[in-house]
Design a protein around this ligand. Structure first.
Ligand SMILES: Cc1cc2nc3c(=O)[nH]c(=O)nc-3n(C[C@H](O)[C@H](O)[C@H](O)COP(=O)(O)OP(=O)(O)OC[C@H]3O[C@@H](n4cnc5c(N)ncnc54)[C@H](O)[C@@H]3O)c2cc1C
Length: 450
């Protein structure tokens, strides 16, 4: 009997989890990745004993698929405490995770200064807590039931938060997620529920999130072809017959397109109009990350990160504080992260220039007692430019994606889309979408044996 051949396009979290799911069902896929490395936005860079996250760097408490896959692959997870400094109104405020009544009392002055004890925040926290059954990143999340037309900026205005709290929340969200005035209100509330209200339940593989990509690539048993972009998916008589690469036509019985939403129409221009319309509405934030290898911790003792929610000064992280296995003994790293227009301005510059500019931004108001590197210092410098960073879950996206998927299933029986935008955008959403697509391929193959 001829073996059925599935092809996966894209070796990010979605594509790799699809390959792993097929492998568990005894099916070997061919996986094409345009870049020379796998992982996409979940990439993990390894050098001289350092393990660096190129994109995603933490998992929230509802990442059910991520936790399951880590367990299947024997990848240990550790809890990562958010010991953060916040620069507000010309002073530094330090918060620690609130795990006990004592910790709450100790954090009260800081919470007050950040506006997190205001009536507005307590109202928001209560609403988000009540909705937590709907608002989470899990594979069975019911976010769609609360997905409306309102964006996050309008939501924050409508519920009447004090200015100081709005600055804290906007700054925090925009540093990581992109433009609050574009992001959907339901998606933003999910992020607040998981990041602020469950800040003591953040997990990371002990050598960084990117190690999950390496583990998946090693275990998925796919025929992986890196530096091999798929140029076009070939469709004949309503069915996919193969993909065109620089090596020619490769025949396929099913194709999973696990690229970002913006790339899919370029390689599958024959998608139904309704599908193209929804894909065209998916938006991503931008981001630029600089990682510097160091001989000593750059932040004040015990600080894991420092944020500047009032402007575009980069978010600072020292991952060696929470993840000592990420660095050789005695070493540290400094991550500098910016988003939005600031990231866009930096993209064309060379690595050294980007490092210089971001360090100059931070030197204006450095955390007290910090030991930041000079422009020419560092064991190494790595720069990751993300023109598409985090999918922003625009208002109404979740409902439209469900409808789009139905339409695609009706029109093209052996083509499947995967990627973070197909679920609640996150590493977990991307992994879950890959599992979904792979299960659909299995169902198709079982329904139509050769
Ligand atoms: C800086 C940053 C920080 C983040 N932090 C977090 C976090 O802490 N937690 C979290 O949950 N999420 C985070 N995210 C988001 C998370 O990384 C993504 O949601 C997730 O990794 C997306 O996976 P994906 O497989 O859907 O897409 P991608 O990772 O984008 O994978 C798509 C792959 O397809 C490949 N491709 C594209 N076109 C072609 C083609 N024609 N042929 C072959 N291959 C092609 C691409 O090269 C890419 O490798 C972060 C993202 C960034 C950038």
């Amino acid at each position: 009997m001829k073996t059925k051949r599935p092809i996966i396009i894209g070796g990010g979290a979605a594509g790799l989890s699809a390959a792993w799911t097929l492998r568990k069902r005894g099916i070997k896929a061919i996986l094409f990745e345009a870049n020379d490395r796998l992982g996409g936005r979940l990439g993990g860079d390894r050098m001289d004993g350092f393990f660096l996250d190129e994109g995603a760097d933490f998992f929230c408490s509802s990442y059910d698929v991520a936790f399951r896959i880590c367990q299947e692959l024997g990848l240990p997870l550790i809890r990562s405490d958010m010991n953060l400094g916040w620069y507000r109104n010309g002073q530094w405020i330090k918060t620690t995770p609130i795990k006990s009544f004592g910790a709450l009392i100790r954090n009260l002055p800081a919470l007050w200064k950040l506006g997190l004890l205001s009536a507005g925040f307590l109202k928001l926290a209560r609403a988000v807590k009540t909705e937590s059954e709907y608002l989470n990143f899990a594979s069975d999340s019911r976010i769609i039931e609360l997905d409306g037309e309102e964006n996050a900026g309008d939501y924050l205005k409508r519920i009447g938060l004090p200015e100081s709290l709005k600055t804290t929340l906007r700054g925090f969200l925009e540093m990581t997620m992109g433009d609050v005035d574009q992001m959907g209100a339901a998606y933003m509330r999910t992020y607040i529920a998981e990041m602020l209200l469950k800040a003591d339940q953040i997990y990371v593989p002990e050598k960084g999130a990117g190690e999950l990509s390496h583990a998946l690539a090693d275990a998925c048993g796919a025929d992986i072809r890196t530096s091999m972009p798929v140029r076009r998916v070939v469709i004949q008589d309503g069915s996919v017959t193969g993909v065109l690469t620089d090596d020619g036509l490769i025949e396929a019985d099913a194709v999973i397109c696990a690229t970002s939403a913006s790339k899919a129409p370029d390689i599958i221009p024959d998608l139904p109009n309704k599908v193209l319309r929804v894909l065209g509405k998916v938006r991503y934030s931008r981001g630029c990350r600089v990682v510097i290898g160091l001989d000593a911790p750059p932040l004040p003792p015990g600080w894991h990160g420092a944020l500047y929610p009032e402007d575009d000064t980069p978010l600072l992280l020292d991952r060696s504080i929470n993840l000592p296995a990420c660095v050789p003994p005695g070493k540290s790293t400094l991550d500098l992260l910016v988003g939005r227009d600031r990231a866009e301005e930096l993209f064309p510059l060379d690595d050294q220039e980007i490092k210089r500019k971001l360090l100059a931004d931070v030197r204006r108001n450095p955390p007290p007692g910090s030991n930041l590197p000079g422009d020419e210092e560092g064991l190494f410098t790595r720069v990751y430019r993300w023109k598409e960073a985090v999918c922003m879950g625009l208002p109404g996206m979740f409902k439209e994606v469900v409808e789009m998927r139905r339409q695609l299933n009706r029109d093209l029986k052996n083509l499947f889309l995967a990627g973070d935008y197909m679920r609640v955008p996150s590493v977990n959403g991307a992994l879950a979408s890959g599992v979904d697509a792979a299960e659909e391929v299995v169902e198709l193959f079982e329904a139509r044996p050769v």
